[in-house]
Each structure stands twice: as C-alpha cells, then as structure tokens.
Design a protein around this ligand. Sequence first.
Ligand SMILES: [Fe+2]
Length: 209
Amino acid sequence: MIGKKSLDIPRRQLIKLAGLASASAISSVQANPVKTPSASEGPYYPTPSMRHTDIDNDLVKIADKTRQAGGEIITLKGIITNAALLPLSGIRVEIWQCDVNGRYLHTRDRNSATSDSGFQGFGHTLSNANGEYEFRTIKPVSYLGRAPHIHVKLFKDEKVFTTQFYVKDHSDNSQDVLHRRMSVEEQKAVEMEFSSFDDNVEAVINIIC
Ligand SMILES: [Fe+2]
C-alpha cells in the first residue's frame, strides 16, 4: 500500500472540502456541479482469475517482484462525494489500464506487444473517512485507436459506476470516440492535469457520483 504521507490532499482540495461545512460554500459549489460522466467498462476489465495476487493500490510494484513498472510513474488521487458533495467513505475503487507497451492484463487482448511484467495492470482501494482515494500507477499511453485513458470502477450501494480518466490536452483526445461524446464540462471532470509535487507527478480527480 502507498504510505500515509502521500495521502495528503493538495491545499486547493482541502480548501474545497473544508468549504463544504458552510451552507454558502455548498451553494456556491453546487451552483455548477458536474457529475462525473459514466463511460463503458470496455472489453478489458480483468476478472479475478486474470489478476495478480497483488491487487493493491500501487500498480507500479507487484509484491515479490524486484522490477517496477516501466512508464512515467504518477499518483492519481481525489475525493469521492455524492451529488450533495458529501464525502463518501468505504467506496471500493478499482482502476485498470494498459501497460507502457500497450498491453492490458486480459486474456482477450490481442495486442502482440510484450507485456510489462512489472506492471500490476489492475488495482483497488477503499475511500477513507474523508472520501479520499489514491493510486500509484503510470501515466496512460495510447492504445489501438484510443486516447490514453485509465478505467475506473466504483462500487456504491450495490451499484456499479464505471468511467474513464483522460490526459488533459492530449492530442489524441479529439479523435477518441468516447472522449468526443462528452460535453466540454464533462471532459474537464475526467481529464487528469499533472503537476509535480515533492518529486512526485500527480493528478487530482474528484468523483461525484
Ligand atoms: Fe481501455
């Protein structure tokens, strides 16, 4: 699991969350809420039998393997809230994506590229008491006609919500069928903007569901 220190939420996000305590802040935030758009699960969701034994929230390091994943390592994190912007704790969050060579952890992936044996391909976590979630993974790469993306799946109240996160301003976004289907506001809600923070490259995506 990722260390506690890296679970710190950026100041701008703490301000936003703290603001939820006041009615005026709630109304101002709710004035323009953008519910996280759903997206199809896609064909490469790794079923339990396809996964590594290690399915924690660090996709860059598989337990008992010395080599870590290739690619640009990032932290992906944010806060999960309901439509009223109240943090949701205990939400199971799963992510999966292709490795740096474009291979999914899935038996039906026909890409002939060599799999990156250091990449976990799938991971999960539970949102904490503040609704926070966090993963260590790699910056997604393009995959056979798709813009770079990370698949995300949430389990809430026995319902399943799936979406996909993209790379802000990536040149392939405009050609991506699923990305193009969203409104500009919806696109912004699922686009990762990377920043460097204590030698760590991170993106914050809050999920409203
Ligand atoms: Fe995909």
